[in-house]
Write a protein that binds this ligand. Sequence first.
Ligand code: F6R
Length: 261
Amino acid sequence: MEIVILRDDKDAGELVGGAIARLVERDSSAVLGLATGSSPLPIYDNLIARVEAGGLDLSHVTAFTLDEYVGLPVDHPEAYRSFIRRVFTIPAGISDDRLHTPKSNGAAIDEACADYELAIRSAGGIALQLLGIGSDGHIGFNEPTSSLGSRTRMKTLIEQTRVDNARFFDDDIDQVPMHVVTQGIGTILEARHVVLIAAGESKAEAVAAAVEGPLTAMVPASALQLHPHATIVLDDAAASSLALAEYYRTTFDRKPDWQSI
Ligand code: F6R
Protein backbone atom coordinates (compact mmCIF):
# COMPACT_ATOMS: atom_id res chain seq x y z
CA MET A 1 0.00 0.00 0.00
CA GLU A 2 1.40 3.40 -0.91
CA ILE A 3 0.28 6.36 1.20
CA VAL A 4 0.76 9.77 -0.41
CA ILE A 5 0.15 12.89 1.70
CA LEU A 6 -0.20 16.05 -0.37
CA ARG A 7 -0.77 19.72 0.38
CA ASP A 8 -4.15 20.16 -1.23
CA ASP A 9 -6.83 19.00 -3.65
CA LYS A 10 -5.08 20.48 -6.63
CA ASP A 11 -1.92 18.43 -6.05
CA ALA A 12 -4.05 15.31 -5.58
CA GLY A 13 -5.89 16.00 -8.84
CA GLU A 14 -2.59 16.52 -10.66
CA LEU A 15 -1.00 13.33 -9.28
CA VAL A 16 -3.92 11.00 -9.96
CA GLY A 17 -4.99 12.83 -13.14
CA GLY A 18 -1.43 12.34 -14.40
CA ALA A 19 -1.48 8.62 -13.62
CA ILE A 20 -4.80 8.20 -15.46
CA ALA A 21 -3.54 10.25 -18.42
CA ARG A 22 -0.45 8.02 -18.70
CA LEU A 23 -2.62 4.90 -18.47
CA VAL A 24 -4.82 6.17 -21.32
CA GLU A 25 -1.74 7.12 -23.38
CA ARG A 26 -0.58 3.49 -23.09
CA ASP A 27 -4.04 2.09 -23.77
CA SER A 28 -6.58 4.48 -25.31
CA SER A 29 -9.43 2.04 -24.57
CA ALA A 30 -8.52 1.53 -20.89
CA VAL A 31 -11.33 0.60 -18.49
CA LEU A 32 -11.72 3.10 -15.65
CA GLY A 33 -13.64 2.60 -12.41
CA LEU A 34 -15.25 5.84 -11.26
CA ALA A 35 -16.39 6.93 -7.82
CA THR A 36 -19.04 9.56 -7.18
CA GLY A 37 -19.31 11.92 -4.18
CA SER A 38 -17.02 14.88 -3.49
CA SER A 39 -13.62 13.20 -3.05
CA PRO A 40 -12.73 12.45 -6.70
CA LEU A 41 -13.84 15.86 -8.05
CA PRO A 42 -10.28 17.33 -8.14
CA ILE A 43 -9.23 14.34 -10.27
CA TYR A 44 -12.15 14.79 -12.65
CA ASP A 45 -11.44 18.54 -12.92
CA ASN A 46 -7.80 17.80 -13.69
CA LEU A 47 -8.72 15.27 -16.40
CA ILE A 48 -11.30 17.59 -17.96
CA ALA A 49 -8.67 20.37 -18.08
CA ARG A 50 -6.25 18.00 -19.87
CA VAL A 51 -8.98 17.06 -22.39
CA GLU A 52 -9.90 20.71 -22.98
CA ALA A 53 -6.24 21.62 -23.47
CA GLY A 54 -6.03 18.94 -26.19
CA GLY A 55 -3.47 16.81 -24.36
CA LEU A 56 -5.74 13.88 -23.56
CA ASP A 57 -8.43 11.95 -25.42
CA LEU A 58 -10.80 9.97 -23.19
CA SER A 59 -13.34 9.22 -25.90
CA HIS A 60 -12.25 5.57 -26.27
CA VAL A 61 -12.19 4.62 -22.58
CA THR A 62 -14.93 2.58 -20.95
CA ALA A 63 -16.13 3.59 -17.49
CA PHE A 64 -17.91 1.70 -14.72
CA THR A 65 -19.22 3.47 -11.62
CA LEU A 66 -19.14 1.90 -8.19
CA ASP A 67 -22.70 2.27 -7.09
CA GLU A 68 -26.19 3.69 -7.55
CA TYR A 69 -29.07 4.63 -5.29
CA VAL A 70 -32.17 2.44 -5.39
CA GLY A 71 -35.49 4.18 -5.91
CA LEU A 72 -34.40 7.50 -7.45
CA PRO A 73 -35.74 8.22 -10.93
CA VAL A 74 -32.85 7.76 -13.44
CA ASP A 75 -33.00 11.46 -14.32
CA HIS A 76 -32.87 12.61 -10.65
CA PRO A 77 -29.92 15.05 -10.41
CA GLU A 78 -28.41 13.07 -7.49
CA ALA A 79 -28.80 9.66 -9.10
CA TYR A 80 -25.17 8.65 -9.54
CA ARG A 81 -25.55 8.21 -13.29
CA SER A 82 -26.75 11.83 -13.59
CA PHE A 83 -24.03 12.99 -11.19
CA ILE A 84 -21.11 11.35 -13.00
CA ARG A 85 -22.37 12.47 -16.43
CA ARG A 86 -22.62 16.06 -15.16
CA VAL A 87 -19.32 16.29 -13.28
CA PHE A 88 -17.14 14.11 -15.49
CA THR A 89 -18.13 11.98 -18.45
CA ILE A 90 -19.95 14.61 -20.55
CA PRO A 91 -17.28 17.32 -20.11
CA ALA A 92 -14.54 14.69 -20.55
CA GLY A 93 -15.99 13.49 -23.87
CA ILE A 94 -16.95 9.97 -22.72
CA SER A 95 -20.16 8.98 -24.49
CA ASP A 96 -23.13 7.49 -22.65
CA ASP A 97 -22.72 4.12 -24.36
CA ARG A 98 -19.24 3.82 -22.80
CA LEU A 99 -20.54 4.67 -19.32
CA HIS A 100 -21.83 1.73 -17.28
CA THR A 101 -23.71 2.29 -14.03
CA PRO A 102 -25.47 -0.38 -11.96
CA LYS A 103 -29.16 -0.73 -12.78
CA SER A 104 -31.04 -0.27 -9.56
CA ASN A 105 -34.67 0.14 -10.51
CA GLY A 106 -37.20 -2.59 -11.10
CA ALA A 107 -37.75 -6.03 -9.66
CA ALA A 108 -34.84 -7.88 -11.26
CA ILE A 109 -32.05 -6.24 -9.24
CA ASP A 110 -30.20 -9.51 -8.55
CA GLU A 111 -30.06 -10.26 -12.26
CA ALA A 112 -28.92 -6.69 -13.01
CA CYS A 113 -26.12 -7.06 -10.42
CA ALA A 114 -24.93 -10.31 -12.03
CA ASP A 115 -25.05 -8.57 -15.44
CA TYR A 116 -22.92 -5.74 -14.07
CA GLU A 117 -20.26 -8.18 -12.89
CA LEU A 118 -20.33 -9.83 -16.31
CA ALA A 119 -20.04 -6.49 -18.11
CA ILE A 120 -16.93 -5.60 -16.08
CA ARG A 121 -15.39 -8.98 -16.84
CA SER A 122 -16.31 -8.80 -20.55
CA ALA A 123 -14.66 -5.37 -20.80
CA GLY A 124 -11.42 -6.98 -19.58
CA GLY A 125 -11.64 -5.88 -15.94
CA ILE A 126 -11.01 -2.46 -14.45
CA ALA A 127 -7.50 -1.07 -14.95
CA LEU A 128 -7.75 1.73 -12.39
CA GLN A 129 -10.50 2.08 -9.81
CA LEU A 130 -11.02 5.40 -8.02
CA LEU A 131 -12.45 5.22 -4.51
CA GLY A 132 -13.55 7.58 -1.78
CA ILE A 133 -13.99 6.46 1.82
CA GLY A 134 -17.01 6.91 4.06
CA SER A 135 -16.59 8.30 7.57
CA ASP A 136 -17.50 4.76 8.72
CA GLY A 137 -14.79 3.20 6.53
CA HIS A 138 -17.01 2.11 3.65
CA ILE A 139 -15.75 1.81 0.07
CA GLY A 140 -18.34 1.77 -2.66
CA PHE A 141 -21.40 1.43 -0.46
CA ASN A 142 -20.03 -1.60 1.33
CA GLU A 143 -20.94 -0.67 4.87
CA PRO A 144 -19.24 -2.18 7.95
CA THR A 145 -19.69 -5.98 8.18
CA SER A 146 -19.92 -6.31 4.38
CA SER A 147 -18.24 -9.51 3.30
CA LEU A 148 -14.67 -8.90 2.18
CA GLY A 149 -15.46 -11.25 -0.73
CA SER A 150 -18.76 -9.59 -1.69
CA ARG A 151 -19.86 -8.99 -5.28
CA THR A 152 -22.23 -6.39 -6.77
CA ARG A 153 -25.50 -6.48 -4.84
CA MET A 154 -28.09 -4.40 -3.02
CA LYS A 155 -27.14 -2.96 0.39
CA THR A 156 -28.85 -0.88 3.06
CA LEU A 157 -27.10 2.36 4.02
CA ILE A 158 -26.06 2.96 7.61
CA GLU A 159 -27.69 6.02 9.19
CA GLN A 160 -24.33 7.88 9.34
CA THR A 161 -23.89 7.54 5.57
CA ARG A 162 -27.37 8.94 4.99
CA VAL A 163 -26.54 11.83 7.35
CA ASP A 164 -23.23 12.42 5.49
CA ASN A 165 -24.96 12.38 2.09
CA ALA A 166 -27.91 14.58 3.08
CA ARG A 167 -25.81 17.54 1.85
CA PHE A 168 -26.57 16.39 -1.69
CA PHE A 169 -30.33 16.30 -0.91
CA ASP A 170 -31.06 19.81 0.46
CA ASP A 171 -29.78 18.67 3.89
CA ASP A 172 -32.91 16.55 4.20
CA ILE A 173 -32.07 13.01 5.33
CA ASP A 174 -35.57 11.82 4.43
CA GLN A 175 -34.75 12.38 0.76
CA VAL A 176 -31.62 10.16 0.94
CA PRO A 177 -32.49 6.65 -0.28
CA MET A 178 -32.13 3.78 2.21
CA HIS A 179 -30.90 1.29 -0.37
CA VAL A 180 -28.17 1.18 -2.98
CA VAL A 181 -26.62 -1.21 -5.46
CA THR A 182 -22.84 -1.36 -5.07
CA GLN A 183 -19.89 -3.24 -6.45
CA GLY A 184 -18.75 -5.65 -3.75
CA ILE A 185 -15.42 -5.55 -1.96
CA GLY A 186 -14.38 -8.65 -3.91
CA THR A 187 -15.30 -6.85 -7.14
CA ILE A 188 -13.28 -3.75 -6.18
CA LEU A 189 -10.25 -5.83 -5.22
CA GLU A 190 -10.11 -7.25 -8.76
CA ALA A 191 -9.26 -3.85 -10.27
CA ARG A 192 -5.58 -3.86 -11.25
CA HIS A 193 -4.85 -0.57 -9.47
CA VAL A 194 -7.03 1.02 -6.79
CA VAL A 195 -6.63 4.68 -5.85
CA LEU A 196 -8.46 5.92 -2.77
CA ILE A 197 -8.63 9.66 -2.25
CA ALA A 198 -9.68 11.34 1.00
CA ALA A 199 -9.58 14.91 2.27
CA GLY A 200 -10.54 16.56 5.54
CA GLU A 201 -10.57 15.83 9.23
CA SER A 202 -13.87 13.92 9.04
CA LYS A 203 -12.05 11.11 7.17
CA ALA A 204 -8.99 10.92 9.46
CA GLU A 205 -10.19 8.14 11.76
CA ALA A 206 -11.56 5.97 8.97
CA VAL A 207 -8.32 6.39 7.00
CA ALA A 208 -6.16 5.44 10.00
CA ALA A 209 -8.33 2.39 10.71
CA ALA A 210 -8.20 1.32 7.06
CA VAL A 211 -4.46 1.80 6.58
CA GLU A 212 -2.95 0.99 9.98
CA GLY A 213 -5.67 -0.98 11.75
CA PRO A 214 -6.45 -4.67 11.47
CA LEU A 215 -8.04 -6.20 8.37
CA THR A 216 -11.68 -6.36 9.37
CA ALA A 217 -15.13 -6.30 7.82
CA MET A 218 -15.94 -3.58 10.37
CA VAL A 219 -13.70 -1.27 8.29
CA PRO A 220 -14.40 -2.26 4.68
CA ALA A 221 -11.56 -0.08 3.33
CA SER A 222 -9.08 -2.18 5.34
CA ALA A 223 -9.60 -4.81 2.61
CA LEU A 224 -7.30 -2.66 0.45
CA GLN A 225 -4.44 -4.00 2.60
CA LEU A 226 -4.88 -7.19 0.56
CA HIS A 227 -4.45 -5.40 -2.77
CA PRO A 228 -1.03 -5.59 -4.46
CA HIS A 229 -1.35 -2.11 -5.98
CA ALA A 230 -3.32 0.26 -3.75
CA THR A 231 -2.55 3.98 -3.55
CA ILE A 232 -4.04 6.13 -0.79
CA VAL A 233 -3.95 9.87 -1.57
CA LEU A 234 -4.60 12.15 1.42
CA ASP A 235 -4.40 15.76 2.48
CA ASP A 236 -2.83 16.68 5.83
CA ALA A 237 -6.18 16.67 7.66
CA ALA A 238 -7.19 13.21 6.40
CA ALA A 239 -3.70 11.95 7.33
CA SER A 240 -3.77 13.51 10.81
CA SER A 241 -4.51 10.27 12.73
CA LEU A 242 -1.86 8.16 10.98
CA ALA A 243 0.90 6.92 13.32
CA LEU A 244 3.43 6.63 10.48
CA ALA A 245 2.59 9.84 8.61
CA GLU A 246 6.21 11.07 8.62
CA TYR A 247 7.41 7.76 7.21
CA TYR A 248 4.89 8.00 4.35
CA ARG A 249 5.93 11.60 3.61
CA THR A 250 9.63 10.74 3.53
CA THR A 251 9.03 7.67 1.39
CA PHE A 252 7.08 9.65 -1.19
CA ASP A 253 9.58 12.57 -1.18
CA ARG A 254 12.44 10.18 -1.89
CA LYS A 255 10.68 8.29 -4.64
CA PRO A 256 12.65 8.30 -7.89
CA ASP A 257 11.20 10.66 -10.53
CA TRP A 258 10.61 7.83 -13.00
CA GLN A 259 8.43 5.88 -10.57
CA SER A 260 4.76 6.75 -10.83
CA ILE A 261 2.05 5.86 -8.31
C1 F6R B 1 -19.41 6.92 -4.09
C2 F6R B 1 -18.99 5.92 -3.13
C3 F6R B 1 -18.74 6.26 -1.70
C4 F6R B 1 -18.05 7.59 -1.50
C5 F6R B 1 -17.88 7.86 0.00
C6 F6R B 1 -17.21 9.20 0.25
O1 F6R B 1 -19.51 6.36 -5.37
O2 F6R B 1 -18.86 4.80 -3.49
O3 F6R B 1 -17.96 5.24 -1.12
O4 F6R B 1 -16.80 7.57 -2.12
O5 F6R B 1 -19.13 7.86 0.61
O6 F6R B 1 -18.03 10.22 -0.22
P1 F6R B 1 -17.47 11.69 -0.38
O7 F6R B 1 -16.38 11.62 -1.38
O8 F6R B 1 -18.64 12.49 -0.90
O9 F6R B 1 -17.00 12.12 0.95
